[in-house]
Design a protein around this ligand. Structure first.
Ligand code: NAD
Ligand code: UD1
Length: 339
């Protein structure tokens, strides 16, 4: 049976890769995106990869009129909610924009879903909700905290959705806590395309290797890790996208509300990431060691056992594939979708 999925923020980095997986599983996909951090070209390329069409609606998830129109026109099986702002530093400058976009956007979306009898929701949460974990690997039942407005917006949304589920158990909600998404589709047609100077490690390394930036600043070399640099759980974006397709299937069984970590289950340091990228790209990645970035933690990686048990999902791709795919995307699209 084909089912129709509404994907908010579907033109973005993780959203576009998820659209590919959904279309390949024969779902019909409707994307709602205001293009504040993406290009419609991403969706044209999704269509090229899959040979299937995506219905794209340009608009804001906070716009009730658009939502009513969409829910009136289509019968959605589920909604995957990626739409949101995600830059930690920016969230400290303009916190109200973050709460408005992320929190209000989710509240309005959930209201319109309920009003139209759609109760299956996959929400993009983040490992940032674990704050600075007391031990590793991180399990879903670890204490939650936030250190910046972006992280707090994710935590608040998780709590709001928890309250919603308690009030009405028709809801099925997957809180997917992503670790560090990286890499690109193997076709080289879609990938991460930051608008501005990248905040995150992987797009920054890629832009240094292609010559757009002079050198990488490594934030901190005195962490209590193997080589002193920060350690993270880098997960291939295609594995992450597949996790969403598994979550949709789970929601359809009537699972209630539950959080799942989507991570590989092991960590790599910044220096290991640089070395792996240099190997894949055969390009040097010059770097300097600088002060720690405020708010960063030393190390973070997932215990992904629950997702394996409940969603039948495991990350299959390792660092070599992440780097090869990231480089293919960057080297064939040096200026992202603007090329
Ligand atoms: P992205 O910026 O590439 O994608 C987000 C998309 O949402 C963009 O296409 C943007 O134009 C759209 N959007 C933003 N606000 C909107 C609104 N009000 N209405 C409609 N569309 C809107 O980011 P991404 O990396 O693909 O992240 C997707 C989701 O996953 C976000 O919610 C993000 O917070 C979360 N997340 C991302 C990471 C990461 O490292 N990339 C990690 C953890 C969680
Ligand atoms: C960051 C956010 C997190 C968010 C995630 C995905 C912070 C404090 N955390 O996670 O809330 O969910 O992105 O958007 O911003 N690094 C460098 N040089 C760089 C960039 C990064 O050395 O130019 C290091 C960092 O110190 C860290 C690692 O690389 O050790 C990964 O950083 P990044 O990609 O920004 O992700 P996180 O900090 O894990």
């Amino acid at each position: 049976m084909t089912a129709t999925i509404l994907v908010t923020g579907g033109a973005g980095y993780i959203g576009s890769h998820t659209c590919v997986e959904l279309l390949q599983k024969d779902y019909d996909v409707i994307v709602l995106d205001n293009l504040s951090n993406s290009s419609p070209e991403a969706l044209r390329r999704v269509e090229k990869i899959t040979g299937k069409s995506v219905t794209f609606v340009e608009g804001d998830v906070r716009d009730r009129n658009i939502l009513r129109e969409l829910f009136g026109r289509y019968t959605f099986d589920s909604v995957i909610h990626f739409a949101g702002l995600k830059a930690v530093g920016e969230s400290c400058q303009i916190p109200l924009d973050y709460y408005d976009n992320n929190v209000s956007g989710t509240v309005i979306l959930a209201q319109e879903m309920a009003a139209h009898g759609v109760f299956n929701l996959v929400f993009s949460s983040s490992a940032t909700v674990y704050g600075d974990p007391a031990s590793l690997p991180i399990r879903e039942d670890f204490p939650l905290s936030a250190t910046n407005p972006y992280g707090r917006s994710k935590l608040i949304i998780e709590e709001i959705l928890g309250d919603l589920y308690k009030s009405d158990n028709r809801w099925n909600v997957a809180l997917l806590r992503y670790f560090n998404p990286a890499g690109a589709h193997k076709s080289g047609l879609i990938g991460e395309d930051p608008n501005d100077i990248p905040n995150n490690l992987m797009p920054y390394i890629s832009q240094v290797a292609i010559g757009l930036r002079e050198k990488l600043s490594i934030f901190g070399s005195d962490y209590p890790t193997e080589d002193g640099t920060g350690v993270r759980d880098y997960i291939h974006v295609v594995d992450l996208a597949k996790g969403h397709a598994c979550a949709i299937e789970k929601l359809r069984t009537g699972c209630g509300l539950k959080a799942w970590n989507l991570g590989v289950g092991n960590g790599h340091s910044v220096l290991q990431m640089v070395a792996a990228f240099e190997k894949a790209s055969e390009k040097p990645v010059p770097y300097q060691l600088v002060e720690r970035r405020p708010g960063d933690i030393a190390a973070c990686w997932a215990d992904p056992a629950l997702a394996k048990q409940d969603l039948n999902w495991v990350a299959e791709k390792g660092l070599t594939e992440i780097m090869a795919d990231a480089w293919r995307w960057q080297s064939t699209n040096p200026k992202g979708y603007r090329d």
